[in-house]
Design a protein around this ligand. Structure first.
Ligand code: AMP
Length: 171
């Protein structure tokens, strides 16, 4: 795992002062890094009979469809407001300053489907929590949430009680 950490570029003070940004583009462009990351995520869920992998805009889209393909599941995007063309369910969540909103097509998940949520980074957990609520409202069975990186010091998993959370790399 240290090998993968070495492929992630840390950019201080991006997008604003005080944030240490974990840039996974340097992992994605490395053939071995990409393969090892996707293989590890697939391995964790291979017996779980996942029906649908939900990816969170935008960097979740780099991983979720590939994980879905590897698991023989479908892929569903959760998007920023106004991007999805059909009827949507929406969830507001808090940012450091103000709120934001995420949307999912109202018919994207069928009741009882086994769902895995995938994103690049678990930070404060606000985003993942909103998506977990959208999956729940859609009637999906949330089997787990999976991240490439978890920022342990922000305690994001405490905002997701009762859920199975897996992160490949911890900081
Ligand atoms: P949060 O809702 O705080 O868990 O933030 C999650 C979202 O913000 C994830 O989708 C990440 O893409 C992004 N994010 C938050 N903090 C960082 C960071 N330090 N480096 C890279 N991405 C981050």
């Amino acid at each position: 795992m240290n090998e993968l950490k070495a492929m992630i570029r840390e950019v201080p003070d991006f997008p604003k002062p005080g944030i240490n940004f974990y840039d996974i583009t340097t992992l994605l462009k490395n053939p071995s890094g990409l393969k090892k990351t996707l293989d590890a995520l697939k391995e964790r869920y291979k017996g779980s009979q996942i029906d649908t992998v939900v990816g969170i805009e935008a960097r979740g889209f780099f991983f979720a469809p590939a994980v879905a393909y590897a698991l023989g599941a479908g892929f569903v995007p959760v998007r920023k407001p106004g991007k999805l063309p059909y009827r949507t369910k929406q969830m507001e969540y808090e940012l450091e300053y103000g709120t934001d909103r995420l949307e999912i097509h109202e018919d994207a998940i069928q009741p009882g489907q086994r769902v895995l949520i995938v994103d690049d980074v678990l930070a404060t957990g606000g985003t993942a929590r909103a998506v977990a609520e959208l999956v729940g409202q859609s009637g999906g069975r949330l089997e787990g949430l999976s991240f490439v990186i978890e920022l342990d010091f922000l305690k994001g998993r405490e905002r997701l009680p009762g859920h199975d959370i897996f992160s490949l790399l911890h900081y």
